[in-house]
Structure formats: C-alpha cells, structure tokens
Design a protein around this ligand. Structure first.
Ligand code: IMP
Ligand code: MG
Length: 198
C-alpha cells in the first residue's frame, strides 16, 4: 500500500496536531451544549474517531451515507443509503463531520436535510477543503487543511475503496490512478469521478 503513494501531504503528527486544534476550537464554540455529531460515512470514520476524543462535551453520534452517480444516467445526483430520522435531529445542535469538502454538494444536501428536519443549529467540520473544486456555495465552519485540486488518500479517504487505513494523507502514483479502480486500466474520467463514492 505505501509503495503506491507518490508523496505524503500530511504526516500522522501534522494530522494529530491539526485535529487537536480543531477540537479546541469546536469545544470553545459549543461549551456545555449537548451535541449531535452527524458523521458522513465512510470517509470520515478515522477523522471522526480522533476528533470526538478531543471533544469534552456530552455528545451523541449519528451516521449518514451518501453516494453520487456521475455517469450519463444520473448526472451527479446524490442518493442517501441511510440518514437519521427526523426524530433524531429535531431540536438538536448538530455538528456534521466529513472527510473533505470537494464540490460541496454532499455537505450542502446534508445541511439542508438537517435544517428541514428542524435542527436547532447546524455546523460543519471537515478535515480537508478543496475550494478549487466547489460547485455550490458551501464553506465549512471548521477545517483542518486547505489543499489544491489534488486527489488524496489515507486517514479514511479512499481510491476505489482502498487506502483508508493509511495513517497519513498522500497522493497516489500516476500509474496507480491510470490503472483505474480495478487495477487493469479500465477507463475512468478521474479518481474523483468514480461511479459512487462514500
Ligand atoms: P462533494 O460532494 O464533491 O464535496 O464530495 C465529497 C466526497 O467526495 C467526500 O466525502 C469524499 O468521499 C469524496 N472525495 C472528494 N475528493 C476526494 C479525494 O481527493 N480523495 C478521496 N475522496 C474524495
Ligand atoms: Mg465521503
């Protein structure tokens, strides 16, 4: 796995330092508020585990999973394979946690669904922000790192379902990306445009 990485963007130590700083800022904002943390699977799982252990306030966890289909048939529609019920969100102070803000479409939809469900407040937190890729107006309240328009893996982020368990964040070697999701050169537009992501 490590041999597929061209370069490290953020080391384990840099990530740990940044996540700890995020925890402090989020704690300072919410104080004693009883939080509902809504994590977006699967990419946020490693970040989530580290972040919530830096939050001293009482909190509950909820999970959502979204997939986007970017082929001709679905033209980028988002589908949720699961999402908390309205009863779990109404009147709650929600902190949405995702791995990366890319086009912004996933986060924008989740924020809207929480507001529609009657959340009392909705805030957002991401590990990475790729502002150059934004397609909708969306910014996160808290983010650890801004990056250029690069496809990254590790610390929860995947390419074709793999590399989530890398402890650092890095870029894949070009030949791994060119070999495609099945490793056999099946054509695909770009790593960010696989049929479905999570
Ligand atoms: P958005 O709706 O385009 O903002 O999509 C965000 C989702 O796309 C993230 O939660 C990731 O699952 C996936 N994604 C976007 N960029 C990357 C990347 O560089 N590496 C891995 N996954 C990515
Ligand atoms: Mg994701």
């Amino acid at each position: 796995m490590h041999q597929d990485i061209e370069r490290t963007l953020f080391s384990e130590a840099e990530i740990a330092h940044a996540v700890s700083g995020l925890g402090d800022r989020i704690d300072a904002h919410f104080g004693a508020t009883q939080l509902c943390v809504l994590a977006v699977l699967k990419g946020s799982c490693v970040f989530l585990a580290d972040l919530i252990r830096r939050l001293p306030q009482s909190l509950e966890l909820q999970f959502a999973q979204a997939s986007s289909y970017r082929d001709g048939t679905h033209s980028g529609e988002l589908e949720f394979s699961f999402f908390p019920s309205e009863a779990d969100l109404v009147g709650r102070d929600i902190l949405i946690v995702d791995d990366i803000l890319d086009t912004g479409r996933t986060m924008a939809r989740i924020v809207a669904r929480c507001e529609d469900a009657g959340a009392s407040s909705v805030r957002t937190c991401v590990l990475l922000d790729k502002p150059a890729r934004r397609q909708v107006e969306m910014d996160a309240d808290w983010k650890a790192f801004k990056i250029e328009d690069l496809f990254v893996v590790g610390y929860g982020l995947d390419f074709a379902g793999r590399y989530r368990n890398l402890p650092y964040i890095g870029c894949l070697r070009a030949e791994i990306v060119a070999a495609g999701p099945d490793g056999h050169g099946t054509p695909h537009a770009s790593p960010g445009e696989e049929t479905a992501h999570a």
